[in-house]
Design a protein around this ligand. Structure first.
Ligand code: FUB
Length: 340
């Protein structure tokens, strides 16, 4: 595996040549791809990266995104069509800035876009916007989802018709400020030998715009059944949750943040616990890694991003896709974005 540090030291032209997949689009920068199958096509809901002219800082304020474009693909191997602006922050009554990683779901012929953004007081919440078409345009609800917080919403449409919303991200995503769903400015990450913070999950109500229950914390266990520790940066949850079902089991995959991998853990129900299994994607160029996993045409696909197209600018990323393989035991084969 090419480490994060090695990537930074590798000439860009070499990385571009070794990259296993090209960007899906090059006319805009895109990141955090949530790929969904609607109406027999793939719709990708990415962040729309821009240079907002904001200085780099540890809160990620330089990720100053303002709108969403939805991309449509006839298949993962086909070209991506930019369906245009689906939602702009100026049309979200409660939000001021930083339209970060979104996801989408459908129910009863309507489409729901879930997105995080900062309120005027600098606190992230998650909102929902509704459309009649997968590509929008989406109309935002006047208020964020009550009881939501932090970033990176991801949906699970379960077999019984229930929808679950997973969310949460550390550091700039503010997850470390919450305990038992309550914010305190002086909350921080647990000590290294304490259980790590997990993503949160809540079942949605039938109208898809509110939680039907208070969010619960998801626990990720090691192979001995112990919760991963906060100091276990190679495996602990950081941001970017995603859920897919494979052969009746629930696969939670996520970014490890400052160790730059996508990992996965497996459980038997949407709430977990989940047991850590391995690495889905080794580091990409750029600080962040964020992905989705989708089945299409009887095969599995990993959507992800890197910053090769922008020359390594960490907030100017491009989304990509490659095939993902599960072995006979259901284990995921690690993807090396620049070759093994
Ligand atoms: O794109 C902004 C943030 O960067 C996302 O919300 C995170 O998952 C990371 O990719």
């Amino acid at each position: 595996m090419t480490s994060f540090d090695d990537l930074g030291a590798t000439p860009l032209a070499e990385l571009a040549a070794r990259a296993i997949s090209p960007p899906l689009v090059t006319h805009i920068y895109t990141a955090d791809p949530s790929a969904r199958v609607f109406e027999g096509k793939i719709y990708v809901y990415p962040s729309h990266d821009i240079d907002a002219g904001i200085a780099f800082n540890d809160n990620g304020d330089h990720f100053g995104m303002q709108d969403y474009h939805v991309l449509r693909m006839d298949s993962p191997q086909a070209g991506a069509v930019d369906c245009g602006v689906a939602l702009h922050v100026r049309d979200v009554p409660w939000a001021e800035r930083q339209m970060w990683a979104p996801d989408a779901a459908t129910r009863d012929g309507r489409y729901y876009l879930y997105f995080p953004a900062k309120r005027a007081d600098g606190i992230f919440q998650i909102g929902v916007a509704i459309a009649d078409r997968p590509e929008g345009p989406f109309k935002a609800e006047p208020r964020p989802i009550e009881g939501s917080y932090s970033i990176d919403p991801a949906l699970l449409a379960d077999e019984d018709g229930s929808h679950y919303l997973y969310f949460g991200g550390l550091w700039g995503g503010q997850l470390q400020k919450y305990r038992d769903n309550t914010y305190a400015a002086d909350n921080d990450e647990p000590a290294p030998d304490e259980p790590a913070l997990g993503p949160r999950v809540a079942r949605l109500g039938a109208d898809m715009t509110q939680f039907a229950e208070p969010p619960r914390e998801v626990v990720i266990l090691d192979q001995d059944g112990r919760p991963l520790r906060a100091g276990d940066h190679d495996r602990r949850y950081f941001e970017g949750p995603w859920m897919h079902r494979y052969r009746g089991r629930y696969y939670l995959s996520y970014s490890t943040g400052n160790t730059h991998c996508i990992c996965y853990a497996v459980g038997d129900n949407p709430y977990g616990p989940f047991t850590w299994q391995g690495v889905v994607l080794t580091p990409v160029l750029g600080w962040t890694s964020h992905h989705s996993i989708v089945e299409f045409g009887g095969r599995w696909w990993l959507y992800y991003h890197d910053a090769v197209l922008s020359g390594g600018v960490t907030h100017l990323r491009s989304i990509k896709v490659t095939e993902l393989h599960h072995d006979a035991q259901g284990r995921i084969a690690t993807v090396h974005p620049y070759g093994a």
